[in-house]
Design a protein around this ligand. Structure first.
Ligand SMILES: [Zn+2]
Length: 296
């Protein structure tokens, strides 16, 4: 343990030393952030936590993020369901907290795997595999490949997977992780439950699905006034959770499983859907942060 602590300290000073170089990679204002495959997320997390990538992962780790977060002992993925990059762009007035976290140097985009639906993409986040590799058809499917939670377990680490009752965060992520919460009716209940689990069990890896955004976007359209309020709700949730996790030693990855596009409903009102290969459905934000103790 002492040796590990020492090497963590060494990594802290190395990453401080390379900060100017990392900053120079910042996206120029107005340009689209660099896009990586959703399959890169699991290998990136594995590299940060110092374990092998899941065996069938289909992309290499994202070097920028590994460099910035290397030496983190714990990591949390916060997945805001259906919060596509285009939706964030349109709703920036409703997400002041997230805006304040994303400086450009710690920001990119991911491209969802197909079909751009929740279970397939959260499944990808914990395996690095597209649907043909994971075999995921529903949130109750058995994974056909190695998953990150198992890799961590084999290396003496624990994981937590969280979401509302019967959502993917519960039925898929909670099933593969060591810890979960049962029967949570709202995202706020999930938040309270996962905080208790994290305090008690201190899992090295946490992944959580915030569900309300997808529900509202489907019902009212992803660019509607109701969607704007849902984005404000997600931003408030992040403001509760991110500092709390960072103070407990977690590095953070904020992302989404997929986006949404507008549809015309039979009654003449606007709704939303996803699943296609379009940029609206597939491009999602990715913002990364060090834990508080490593934030310079
Ligand atoms: Zn949906």
């Amino acid at each position: 343990m002492n040796v590990f602590r020492l090497s963590s300290l060494a990594l802290v000073s190395i990453s401080c030393a390379i900060l100017p170089a990392a900053a120079s990679e910042a996206t120029p204002s107005g340009a689209a952030p660099q896009t990586y495959a959703m399959q890169a997320l699991a290998p990136t997390i594995a590299a940060i936590l110092g374990v092998p990538a899941p065996k069938q992962a289909e992309a290499p780790p994202i070097d920028r993020i590994v460099k910035d977060l290397q030496g983190s002992n714990k990591l949390a993925v916060l997945g805001v369901d259906a919060f596509g990059a285009a939706i964030w762009e349109k709703m920036r007035g409703k997400t002041p907290y997230l805006n304040s976290l994303a400086t450009g140097a710690n920001q990119a985009q991911l491209r969802s795997v197909l079909p751009s639906v929740t279970c397939v993409n959260f499944g990808c986040m914990i395996t690095g595999g597209s649907q043909k590799t994971t075999g995921i058809l529903t949130k109750d499917s058995q994974l056909q490949c190695e998953d990150l939670c198992s890799v961590l377990r084999a290396n003496g680490m624990k994981s937590g997977g969280f979401g509302r009752k019967d959502y993917t965060g519960d039925r898929l992520l909670g099933r593969y992780a060591d810890f979960s919460v049962a029967d949570m009716a709202s995202d706020q209940d999930v938040l309270a439950g996962m905080m208790e689990v994290i305090e008690a069990k201190k899992p090295e890896f946490v992944i959580v699905q915030y569900g309300k955004t997808d529900d509202v976007f489907h019902a009212r359209g992803p660019f509607s006034q109701e969607a704007a309020e849902a984005c404000a709700g997600a931003d408030a949730w992040l403001e509760q959770l991110v500092p709390w996790l960072r103070a407990r030693g977690y590095a953070i990855l904020i992302t989404a499983d997929h986006g949404q596009h507008e549809t015309a409903k039979k009654d003449g009102t606007t709704g939303g859907t996803h699943g296609t290969a379009s940029d609206l459905d597939c491009l999602v934000p990715l913002v990364w942060l060090r834990s508080a103790e490593r934030a310079n």
